[in-house]
Design a protein around this ligand. Structure first.
Ligand SMILES: [Zn+2]
Length: 105
């Protein structure tokens, strides 16, 4: 099995931080409003991300785009899976403290 290709995320740490904060806020608000278990909400968010990939890939396969991205579904999905795994395994106590603040907002 080939090593999944890495997704380049070092282009703009501000964009990465903004996305993470937005998703964390959505996660905490959904936990509060739905009373669903955390893994259920995270699973739904993962399905939503997969849906965004599918829509973006379909659009890029059906019409030319100036960005030049040519989706390679199997490799792209492997790269997304690896990115989620890498990020999920990095744990710091600062992350949990930040999550509590967002959850009370
Ligand atoms: Zn594009």
């Amino acid at each position: 099995m080939r090593e999944p290709r890495r997704i380049e995320v070092d282009g703009d740490p501000d964009v990465q931080g903004e996305l993470q904060q937005t998703l964390l806020t959505i996660f905490c608000r959904t936990l509060d409003s739905s009373r669903l278990p955390p893994m259920t909400v995270l699973g739904m968010m993962a399905e939503a991300l997969g849906g965004v990939y599918r829509q973006a890939a379909t659009a890029h396969l059906t019409q030319p785009c100036p960005c030049g991205w040519r989706p390679m579904t199997e490799a792209d999905i492997a790269a997304l899976r690896a990115a989620v795994e890498t990020a999920a395994k990095l744990r710091t106590s600062a992350d949990l403290a930040w999550m509590e603040v967002v959850g009370r907002a």
